[in-house]
Design a protein around this ligand. Structure first.
Ligand SMILES: Nc1ncnc2c1ncn2[C@@H]1O[C@H](COP(=O)(O)OP(=O)(O)OP(=O)(O)O)[C@@H](O)[C@H]1O
Length: 310
């Protein structure tokens, strides 16, 4: 397995950067101590974190509660100052707030104004980025379509469901057409349809050349959309690498075929036994519950009133 167990000095992952592909984010020996009322270090939230995020990739930042993910996001945005270390983001230091005009951020809890409707919300954030009125109008329309809340554009956000609020939060994060998008728990609170939409959106943004960093506890979602991940524990980088490489089982072989007859399966077993392989399992593959759920909803839409047979 090409896993990198990070040490404070060596936290690079296996696939090195191709020449000319400068990292969008470069973090070197980053530490963050939160201090108490008297300025004494209270919590070491990050310890010597070194990592890179490349242009056009979807990067997952994982770890249990309190492992330092949100702290990392806030340091990237320049909302916190590091205790030690350096961050370069879009070629600028993280403390240079001008770079935030090229960044979109979806916080874990969206801070949206409950009494504004969807249109007004996006227009308000567009104004914060000093976008001209015609651009604000065009982006608002495009983004409401993209996140599928066009039908509720005139409704105040206080009437929105959790999933709709998450969608408008994402639209807000995209209003400035950012190059780099930071998403804190993007799929939390979404039903399986909303979840699929959000993942499709993330993939679409990647196809448009955007770089995306996301924190999530929903590992199946991370596996679905992320190219590379880092796992933090207690503020330290423990693992970093390509998702497909990290989850590959090194000491097993998988053969997939169309459905085998009993006779064919038995012959296959004989061949494997001849080669000394005894721990063989031949069974029918299963699809995910997510696939079944989405198929059920799709078929229910197309053929209302019918019971669906699997
Ligand atoms: N403002 C703060 N003051 C003091 N300690 C803090 C502060 N913010 C975070 N911490 C501590 O820093 C550590 C890392 O917190 P952080 O929020 O970055 O973790 P996280 O990985 O995002 O967690 P979660 O998955 O719960 O969101 C935790 O021990 C947390 O208690």
């Amino acid at each position: 397995m090409s896993t990198d167990v990070a040490s404070p000095t060596a936290a690079k992952d296996s696939s090195s950067l191709p020449a000319g592909n400068e990292p969008v984010i470069s973090i070197r020996n980053l530490s963050k101590d939160y201090r108490d009322f008297w300025g004494r270090p209270k919590v070491k939230a990050l310890k010597s974190l070194t990592m890179e995020v490349r242009k056009g990739e979807v990067f997952g930042l994982l770890g249990p509660n309190g492992s330092g993910k949100t702290t990392t996001m806030k340091l990237l945005l320049g909302l916190l100052f590091p205790t030690e270390g350096e961050i370069s983001i879009l070629g600028k230091p993280a403390t240079d707030v001008s770079k935030n005009e090229r960044i979109g951020y979806l916080p874990e809890e969206s801070y949206l104004y409950r009494f504004l409707n969807a249109e007004e919300t996006l227009d308000f954030y567009g104004r914060l980025f000093r976008l001209p009125a015609d651009v604000r109008k065009q982006r608002t329309n495009e983004l409401l379509e993209l996140v599928k809340v066009s039908h509720a554009r005139k409704r105040q956000l206080k009437e929105y469901s959790k999933g709709m609020t998450r969608r408008i939060g994402l639209a807000q994060a995209l209003i400035n057409d950012p190059e780099l998008i930071l998403l804190d728990e993007p799929t939390s609170g979404l039903d399986p349809l909303g979840n699929r939409d959000m993942k499709d959106l993330i993939i679409k943004l990647k196809e448009q050349g955007k770089t995306i960093v996301m924190c999530s506890h929903l590992l199946a979602d991370v596996q679905d959309v992320c190219d590379r991940i880092a796992i933090l524990y207690g503020g330290e980088l423990k693992v970093m690498g390509r998702v497909d490489e990290l989850v590959k089982e090194q000491d097993a072989t998988q053969i997939r075929s169309s459905k085998l007859s009993e006779a064919a399966a038995s012959e296959v077993l004989d061949v494997l036994k001849k080669h000394g392989v005894t721990d063989v399992q031949i069974d029918q593959p299963t699809s995910s519950l997510e696939e079944l759920f989405l198929r059920t909803v799709q078929e229910s839409r197309e053929r209302p009133g019918r019971r669906i047979s699997v």
